[in-house]
Design a protein around this ligand. Structure first.
Ligand code: ATP
Ligand code: MG
Length: 497
């Protein structure tokens, strides 16, 4: 923008000390041709060839010209036929044109003056009192003022874009935790626009929020539920801060889910390694004498002939030994895992159909709608047998959870849904049920060997630990999402074949 006489010391003057001042372009919006003449004469008197005056008597055409933003200032008459100059200024206010508006009126009116100020008018001149120097001065001050505001706006914009581009989510909080401002990264982490969070409480967006302690080194790792229902782990740092003159809290937050997941995996691997050692020595130490006891019991049974008391007891001994042997086999499975070298393209649909056939009888006793939404022909890198075992355990678990829910009186429309999400080089297969769900404490222990909430003899707590081991050996993984009373979803991530 050009200025007639910049204030001494402004950057504009400094930067162009030797350049001659450019011609100012002023637009006069006034439906009175006489006034056009008068204003033209006044401008010529003081500004001579440094000003070019355009004239527009029509309201709509004036709007078009203002929209183009080709003028350095606008002189707008208050009376413009059916509408007023203030109407025009208000309508043009959000066109992003930074040039100032000077309102001209036929007489002094305090209310119009006030209204003009509220509408962002730079100056208010009464035509009857107007003289050349007053007009020149008003234009010069208005342009300088508008330039200063524009510079401030640009600075604020660049600071804002820096704030938004920060790698961490940043919140400015009132002392009670109410959000006063948030950057774009915070919006991305919380799955909404920064503006939507303003006025709410940060604590309300977190699961189990610890109180926000604003000290120089405060560190808190918290979870939050994002829009698609997943839990994201956050690390928050808060420190005291002054914002717009009041005491506040500045909180930076970072998504640390990947790190938390990796730590959990390392912990799980360590546990499984020690269970593996234990299992293989147990298999030898217990398996061999068990085999001997079983053989001898059967021999005694044969010797006893048809004595029902002996035969019944032999049957009990044999079945109990089989149970222990099965447990040892499961333990060995868990410890062994499957080597990636044996992987081959496999359609998970095959495993699911096989397991469903096997469980047809169990499912027929419970009113569950089964929704198999896997796309046809998907292939993953897996081994058929163990994948059957994984789905069998997941479906049995879901069935148990749904039965528990029904037994506690929640006999809603129950479902078991199997679906797939394409993750590029992997498939994520989801198994979702409407069962009793899993408490937050239990959710952390699910894949730990021997963790079970089932009665003795019903569950050994090895199903999920074994599944974890199997998928991990194939370069995949398994994770769960659930809330108590709200069903559970297990996600198997498998490489595409
Ligand atoms: N879909 C589910 N809904 C609710 N809870 C579940 C679900 N799946 C697993 N669980 C919980 O996780 C625990 C561990 O499951 P896991 O399959 O490892 O062992 P289990 O089913 O108890 O015994 P096993 O599978 O060895 O017979 C279960 O006892 C149950 O509390
Ligand atoms: Mg199980």
């Amino acid at each position: 923008m050009n200025t007639l006489h910049s204030a001494p010391g402004t950057s504009h003057e400094d930067g162009h000390r030797s350049a001659p001042p450019k011609k100012l372009h002023i637009l006069l919006v006034d439906d009175d041709a006489d006034d056009h003449m008068i204003i033209g004469d006044l401008l010529r008197e003081t500004m001579a060839d440094r000003v070019h005056l355009d004239w527009e008597p029509h309201y709509e055409q004036a709007k078009d010209k203002i929209r183009k933003g080709e003028h350095d200032a606008y002189l707008v008459d208050y009376r413009l036929g059916a509408k007023t100059g203030l109407d025009l200024i208000r309508e043009c206010g959000d066109m992003g044109n930074p040039a100032p508006f000077i309102l001209l009126t036929g007489y002094g009116d305090h209310d119009v003056d006030l209204e003009a100020m509220k509408s962002g008018v730079s100056d208010f001149l009464i035509k009857a009192q107007l003289n050349a120097s007053m007009l020149e001065r008003s234009i010069r001050y208005s342009i300088n003022h508008a330039e200063a505001i524009e510079t401030l706006r640009e600075r604020e914009e660049s600071l804002r874009s820096l704030f938004d581009a920060a790698f961490e989510g940043i919140f400015v909080l009132a002392e009670d935790g109410r959000i006063l401002d948030a950057n774009s990264t915070a919006g991305t982490i919380f799955g909404c626009r920064p503006n939507e969070m303003i006025g709410g409480f940060l604590q309300d967006m977190l699961i189990d929020p610890e109180p926000l302690i604003a000290t120089e080194n405060a560190r808190q790792a918290l979870g939050r539920r994002c829009l698609d229902g997943g839990v994201v782990h956050l690390e928050l740092h808060s420190k005291p801060y002054r914002f717009r003159g009041r005491a506040c809290i500045l909180t930076a937050c970072r998504d640390i889910s990947e790190r938390v997941q990796m730590e959990a995996q390392i912990f799980q691997q360590d546990r499984l390694a020690s269970i593996g050692l234990l299992a293989s020595s147990l298999a030898h130490e217990i398996g061999t004498p068990l085999g001997v006891i079983r053989g001898r019991a059967e021999l005694l049974g044969m010797k006893a002939g048809s004595d029902p008391l002996v035969n019944d007891n032999v049957a009990i001994i044999v079945s109990q030994i089989d149970r222990v042997s099965k447990l040892i086999r499961s333990l060995l499975n868990l410890a062994r895992g499957d080597k990636a070298a044996h992987l081959a393209p496999f359609d998970p649909q095959e495993a699911i159909t096989g397991v469903m056939d096997l469980m047809r009888h169990e499912f027929s006793h419970v009113d569950v709608k089964i929704r198999n939404e896997l796309p046809p022909g998907m292939l993953v890198s897996a081994i058929g047998g163990p994948l059957h075992q994984v789905f069998l355990n997941l479906f049995v678990n879901s069935l148990h959870a749904i039965r528990t829910e029904i037994q506690s009186g929640k006999n809603k429309d129950h479902h078991l849904r199997i679906f797939a999400v394409d993750l590029g080089d992997r498939w994520e297969i989801g198994v979702e049920d409407s069962g009793c769900g899993i408490s937050k404490t239990n959710l952390k222990k699910l894949f730990t060997p021997f963790f079970t909430t089932k009665d003795f003899g019903v569950g050994t707590g090895l199903g999920l630990a074994t599944s974890y081991r199997i998928l991990e050996a194939w370069g995949g993984n398994i994770r769960a999402e659930s809330e108590e009373g709200k069903g559970a979803t297990f996600y198997l991530s498998l490489k595409k074949a």
